[in-house]
Design a protein around this ligand. Structure first.
Ligand SMILES: [Zn+2]
Length: 140
């Protein structure tokens, strides 16, 4: 892997990306109607509402974590951090859905304290899979 300038993590798109991950969760278990009515039993859920990350009980903010927000924040941070020029940006966008994205390359512009949150969130996003260190994003 090429050595990248770590200070680029301070650029706005990476800041927004990290802010987005940080805000993806709120403190405490999920108290939505569905969770309360199921007595907090999530076994029938497709997507988790409550998480334990770094010893803390957190719940996902679904309103700000749809696939579309994940994609747009990731694309902007990646393009900015890796300083993709126009032609490389075009290729990146064109192959966004049929390429595996390296989690390690995403980590480069992710703050260390947010990595566990990111890893918990990725498989919970519709049409996004995490297998090993590869992030696969399907178009739909
Ligand atoms: Zn809930």
């Amino acid at each position: 892997m090429i050595e990248f300038d770590k200070t680029r993590i301070s650029l706005k798109p990476s800041q927004n990306w990290n802010e987005w991950i940080k805000n993806a969760f709120q403190f405490g278990r999920c108290e939505c109607i569905r969770c309360r009515e199921s007595d907090y039993d999530e076994s029938a859920y497709r997507y988790k509402h409550t998480f334990e990350i770094d010893g803390e009980i957190l719940s996902r903010r679904f309103a700000t974590t749809p696939k579309e927000d994940f994609e747009s924040n990731l694309k902007k941070a990646w393009i900015s951090f890796y300083r993709l020029d126009n032609s490389k940006e075009e290729i990146f966008i064109k192959h966004f859905y049929d390429t595996s994205h390296s989690l390690l390359e995403i980590y480069e512009f992710t703050l260390p304290e947010l990595k566990n949150k990111l890893v918990a969130l990725i498989p919970e996003i519709r049409s996004v899979e995490l297998s090993g260190n590869l992030v696969e994003i399907s178009r739909n």
